[in-house]
Design a protein around this ligand. Structure first.
Ligand code: ACO
Length: 323
C-alpha cells in the first residue's frame, strides 16, 4: 500500500501510552551479592530500590514491540493506521536494519516511515519533537514513538559505580493529529563541556559516566532549561500539573521538582522501582503512572530529559483523556 501523508495539522496530541519491563527484578540486596555495595548506599545516593533486568528474549526490538503494541491497544488505534514509527535507544544491538523497521513489521503495520534516533537519555523527548513536527507539516498523521533500552548489556557487572544504577525496559506513546496543539514545540540543546561525560565505548562496549559532573550540572543548570520548556509552551509553572524528568537519581528529581513548585504537582519517581533506563525512563514512568490511574486526565505535563551527548530536551504534553 502506498503511504499517503496529510497536509499538516494545527498540532498533535498523545492518545495512548504503553510500556514493557522484563520479568526479572533485581533488588539492591541481590546486587550486594555481586559487588561490594549495600542497599543503604544505593538508596541514600540514588533512591533506587530495584530494577528490571532483561532475559535472553528481552532485546531492544522485542521490548519496543511490546511497549508499542500496548500503546496502540491503549489508544484503540489499528497498527495499519500508523504512518511513522520512531524508536529512541542508546543500546541498539544492530546498525541495520532500523529497529523501527523491525518493530513496524512485528506489529503488522503497512508502510510507515521508520526512524531510529539516539540522543541518549533525552531520546524520547527528541523523538516526540520529531513526531510533533512531522504531524504539523503533514509528513505523518499517526506516529508511534517508542524508547527501548537494554542497558544491562552495556554495563560492567563488576563495576559497582555503574551496575547499581541501571535497568531495562521500554515505554511508548501514540501521537496523532489534533485541532488543538497538545504537544508544545520542543526546547532542546546541548552542553559542550559535558560532551564526553557519558560514554558507551570500547570493545566490548561499556557504559561509563562522570557522575559528579552530571550531578552538578543537573543541580545547578537543569532548572533553567526546564523553565525554558514551559516558557516555550506559552505557559507558567503554575499551569503544570505533572513533572516527568529523566529518571536517573531521586537526589536530582526531588530538588528539581521542589525548585519548580513540585509540592502541588504529581512528580514521577519511577527510578525507585526501575533504575535508570536512559531514553525509556520518561515514557516508562508516564505509562506506569497512566496505567495506575495516577495522572490527571487532560493535565499539562512537563517532560524533561537529559544525558549523553550531552543533550537536554523537553516539551509540555497534555495527558490524554480516557476514551
Ligand atoms: N556502593 C558503595 N559504594 C560506592 C558505590 C556503590 N555502588 N559506587 C561508588 N561507591 C563509592 C565510591 O567508590 C566512592 O568512594 P570513595 O569516597 O572512597 O572514593 C564513594 O562511593 C562516592 O562515589 P561517587 O561516585 O563520588 O558518588 P556520588 O555521590 O557522586 O554518586 C552517582 C554517584 C549516583 C552516579 C551520582 O553522581 C549521580 O547520580 N550523578 C548523575 C548521573 C546522571 O544523572 N546521569 C544521567 C545521564 S547518564 C544516563 O542516564 C544513562
Amino acid at each position: 500500500m502506498l503511504s499517503v501523508n496529510g497536509t499538516g495539522s494545527a498540532g498533535s496530541r498523545i492518545v495512548g501510552f504503553g510500556h514493557y519491563q522484563p520479568d526479572r527484578v533485581m533488588t539492591n540486596e541481590d546486587l550486594s551479592q555481586i559487588v561490594d555495595t549495600s542497599d543503604e548506599w544505593i538508596v541514600t545516593r540514588t533512591g533506587i530500590r530495584e530494577r528490571h533486568i532483561g532475559g535472553d528474549d528481552d532485546t531492544v526490538t522485542n521490548m519496543a514491540v511490546a511497549a508499542g503494541r500496548a500503546a496502540l491497544d491503549d489508544a484503540g488505534i489499528d497498527p495499519g493506521a500508523v504512518d511513522q514509527v520512531i524508536v529512541a535507544s542508546t543500546s541498539l544491538s544492530d546498525r541495520a536494519p532500523y529497529t523501527a523497521g523491525r518493530v513496524a513489521v512485528a506489529l503488522g503495520m503497512s508502510t510507515p516511515a521508520p526512524l531510529d534516533i539516539n540522543t541518549a537519555c533525552s531520546g524520547f523527548e527528541s523523538a516526540m519533537a520529531i513526531a510533533d513536527m512531522s504531524i504539523r507539516t503533514g509528513a505523518a498523521t499517526t506516529s508511534l514513538v517508542i524508547a527501548s533500552e537494554r542497558i544491562s548489556g552495556l554495563v560492567d557487572w563488576t563495576d559497582r559505580s555503574t551496575c547499581v544504577l541501571i535497568g531495562d525496559g521500554a515505554g511508548a506513546a501514540v501521537v496523532t493529529a489534533s485541532k488543538r496543539p497538545e504537544i508544545s514545540p520542543v526546547s532542546w540543546g546541548s552542553v559542550p563541556h559535558l560532551v564526553n561525560a557519558v560514554l558507551v565505548d570500547g570493545e566490548p562496549q561499556r557504559f561509563s559516566q562522570e557522575g559528579r559532573s552530571i550531578y552538578r550540572w543537573a543541580i545547578t543548570e537543569a532548572e533553567a532549561h526546564a523553565r525554558a520548556v514551559v516558557e516555550r509552551a506559552g505557559l507558567t509553572m503554575d499551569d503544570i500539573e505533572v513533572l516527568a524528568f529523566h529518571q536517573a537519581n531521586l537526589r536530582i528529581i526531588e530538588p528539581l521538582a521542589k525548585a519548580l513548585g513540585g509540592a502541588d504537582k504529581v512528580v514521577l519517581r519511577d527510578v525507585e522501582w526501575s533504575g535508570n533506563t536512559s531514553a525509556a525512563s520518561v515514557p516508562l514512568a508516564l505509562s506506569k503512572a497512566w496505567a495506575a490511574g495516577e495522572l490527571p486526565e487532560g493535565a499539562p505535563a512537563l517532560l524533561f530529559g537529559f544525558g549523553g551527548g550531552f543533550t537536554h530536551a523537553g516539551q509540555v504534553v497534555h495527558i490524554p483523556v480516557r476514551r
